[in-house]
Design a protein around this ligand. Structure first.
Ligand code: ZN
Length: 155
């Protein structure tokens, strides 16, 4: 039984594999599946993995993540691999891509940024200045963002 097979024992849904160990809760936060009513979720943490050392694996039943949802994961799990499962088999593999700009995905984490003014609503724009190491900056005030805070402020 292959490694992928072992972790995909759901009928329909999405498997996010190769999440850096310990980051799966943030992944859930970014997908907004940590709140309220949600589909059944299985979480495997700290699985030994040749590719990334130790990894987390997240399985979401009866939901196929969209590309837009996947791309926001690039902030915390850029090397994650995603499989769409249908009828217990891998129907599609999807790539996560970090775009150059994140529009209305998360807000600038600085309280005194122009984007925080409720009287002049602006689209929230974060620019990816560098991917390794990851440097994401607000398009308005230019300040580097704390990725943990960005993950917590997904819109
Ligand atoms: Zn800002």
């Amino acid at each position: 039984m292959s490694e992928m097979r072992r972790v995909t024992a759901i009928c329909n849904g999405t498997v996010v594999d190769h999440i850096p160990a310990g980051k799966s809760l943030q992944v859930m936060q970014m997908l907004r599946i940590d709140v309220g009513r949600s589909n059944p979720i299985s979480l495997v943490m700290n699985v030994p993995s040749g590719k990334v050392g130790r990894k987390d694996v997240l399985k979401i039943e009866d939901r196929e993540l969209t590309q837009e949802e996947l791309d926001r994961l690039a902030l915390i799990a850029p090397k994650a691999s995603v499989a769409i499962i249908r009828n217990y088999g891998v129907a599609e593999k999807r790539q996560i891509e970090l775009g150059k700009e994140l529009v209305n995905i998360a807000r600038c984490s600085f309280w005194n940024c122009v984007t925080q003014n409720p009287r002049e609503p602006l689209p929230h724009k974060l620019r990816v200045v560098s991917t390794d190491p990851l440097d994401v900056r607000c398009a308005y005030c230019g300040r580097s963002q704390d990725i943990d805070q960005v993950a917590a402020s997904i819109l």
